[in-house]
Design a protein around this ligand. Sequence first.
Ligand SMILES: Nc1ncnc2c1ncn2[C@@H]1O[C@H](COP(=O)(O)OP(=O)(O)OP(=O)(O)O)[C@@H](O)[C@H]1O
Ligand SMILES: [Mg+2]
Length: 173
Amino acid sequence: METTNIGVFGPKLSGKTTLAMSLSRKWWRLRKRRSLVLDPNLDNWGEQAWVSDNEEKFWDSVWKTRDCLVIVDEASETINRDKGLISVFTRLRHQGHVFIVIGHSGINLLPIMREQLDTLYLFRTSAKAAALWAETFAQPGFRNAVDLGQFEFLWGTLYSAPVRMKLSLGRMG
Ligand SMILES: Nc1ncnc2c1ncn2[C@@H]1O[C@H](COP(=O)(O)OP(=O)(O)OP(=O)(O)O)[C@@H](O)[C@H]1O
Ligand SMILES: [Mg+2]
C-alpha cells in the first residue's frame, strides 16, 4: 500500500517528535525525500529538513513544492478543527507529498481529517482515543494503546493490524 498520510499521536513526552525526526532522516536516506517541517519549537531536525515556525510561510512553501515529506508537529496548536486545512489532508498527495501530522490524541481533528490517514503511530492514549482510532482504521488492535509503556507505540495501517514497537535511540539515524 502506498503511504500518503501518516498520523503520530500520543501524550506529552511520549516520543512523538523523536519518532518523526527518525522518519524524516529515514525518508531522506532511503527515498531521497527532503522534509518541510512546521515546528513551533524550531528543533534541530537535521540537514534534510527545512524547518519553520511561521504557518503562512510554511504552507506557502508546501503548495509551491513537490515530493517532500511534509511534517506538522504540535498540530493541536495549528490544525485542529480549522476547515481551511482540510485540503492539506485531501490534496497534498496530489503534489507527490507525503504528510505526517503529530498531535496529542487526534480527537480534536475533524473526522474528515482522521479518515484521510492511512498509517498510524499511536503511543499510549485514553480508552476513548484508542477506540476512535480502532474504529477509524477498522483495526481493533489499536484499542491496546491504553496498555503501552513509555516510548512504546502501535504501528499499523488501514490494511495491516497494529504491531507494538519501540524506537531504540541507539539505532537512530
Ligand atoms: N525511544 C526512546 N527511548 C528513550 N528516550 C526517548 C525515546 N523517544 C524519546 N525519548 C526522549 O524523551 C523525551 C521526549 O521525547 P519527544 O520530545 O520526542 O516527545 P514528544 O512526544 O514529542 O513530547 P511533546 O508532546 O512535549 O512534544 C526526549 O528527551 C527524548 O530524547
Ligand atoms: Mg514533540
